[in-house]
Ligand binder design. Sequence first.
Ligand SMILES: Nc1nc2c(ncn2[C@@H]2O[C@H](COP(=O)(O)OP(=O)(O)O)[C@@H](O)[C@H]2O)c(=O)[nH]1
Ligand SMILES: [Mg+2]
Length: 473
Amino acid sequence: MSNSGQSDYLKKIHHVTDDAKTLINRAIQKRLCIGITGLSRSGKSTFITSLINQLKQHGAKNSRLGGFSPWLKKRIIHVQEHPLENRYLPRFDYEQAVDSLSGSAPHWPAPTRDISGVLLEIKLADLGWFGRKTTKSVFIELRDYPGEWLVDLPLLKMSFRDWCVQVEKQLSRAPRNQLPNNPLAALNALDPFSAYDAAAIETLRDTYSDFLHACKQQSPPLTIIQPGRFIEPGTQAGHPALQFVPLVACAGHSEAQLQAASKNSNFKQLEAIFERYKADIVKPFFKEFIEPIDRQVVLVDVLNVLHGGEPYLHEMMHALEAIGESFEYSGGLFHSRVEKVLYAATKVDQVVSQDHDNVRHLLSSIVRKSLERIKGAQADLRIEAVAAVRSSHAQTQGNEEILKGISTDGEAIGFVNPRIPDHIPSESEFTAFIDWKLPQLNPPKSIRANQDQAIPHIRMDEVLHNLMGDICR
Ligand SMILES: Nc1nc2c(ncn2[C@@H]2O[C@H](COP(=O)(O)OP(=O)(O)O)[C@@H](O)[C@H]2O)c(=O)[nH]1
Ligand SMILES: [Mg+2]
């Protein structure tokens, strides 16, 4: 839990609040910075929208937060948004997101491509000294950012040659070697020792980055996309430190041979840009954005990856390893102080309720295996399976549970799913999921989330309990 920077924070917030008494009270009040991440399309924007909505609409008739003790005890007085103290952090547009989910033609919030944040005050009824009724406020800053950026963490420990060798391996193996427009041959034609050719490199960079986009656009997407900023540049699109490519031909030369290349060689020039990428883009992100995070949510679209099959699951496990490592990092670059990580499988409304618990156990096995190489891990880990916006409802036919919802074409559909295993499936167990047509649902009609209704959800109350139950006591 963070106290650092609290006095600055208090000074600023002073202007937006009422009186000096509140200010004194704040000094003893609590503050948490919670990061929300996940690979793109894992459900971050929707999740944050629902989380804020569940808190704001705590008093709505359809509010269902039984797992969150302050709600059960009716201690929540109000929930209010405040301006972020960090003016450089764009604000998460809750109103727009909630408007898109509300109404007769609801749609999912527009995808966000950059970091954003929101600062919430939860005002709670409390018992003060001598049992007097008082109030206390808990301040929660939520930070939304692409998980792809965490996947760049391993680059910090790699030399340029190490990275080139790794990309060479990736491109020559399944599933990438079977994808159209694989850039391996084109990249291989670039000689590390020839004179640096800016024009040729620009063309190759486009080829490489188009391929990264294609990997990402597959369903399910490939998750090791390096450098992460090539496809999610945020505000750094066009930055000179993004103008490099992997020199895959380095794999045929030793580090010593490459270091003997002339100053103006492709190798030396690209190596310098790669080092700038690490120093100017990757490191500041970890230092300024990740370091202040106290607790972290990692969203995982487990069902979609199951549908992709074994190579996709393995790839995602590598990404989860890099993500997990980011929260346990302590070294010269930055110190992560994440004390708790909640891994949540998203969109669990796509399978029948009988399978929800298995989705949770499946994610547990995935996380357990992904993190097994991380030594000296400190953070407390939790696993959940949630739906931020429950978009299906169950109907029993005979002794089978069927899910009904609205497809993205606006048609009413009914579906069942293959049984979800509570463990990482074996090769043969995967077959059922590869043939499975995962339903792509629209949000349910007539959620009035922008007025006085809470968004229907699955286990978002458990999420609140895990993330902030203790400091709301
Ligand atoms: N059925 C269902 N689909 C969801 C849910 N949350 C997100 N989705 C789907 O996943 C897509 C990506 O979600 P989004 O929040 O934009 O992901 P982000 O890229 O991680 O911010 C949405 O457009 C929806 O199609 C959910 O709770 N239930
Ligand atoms: Mg988003």
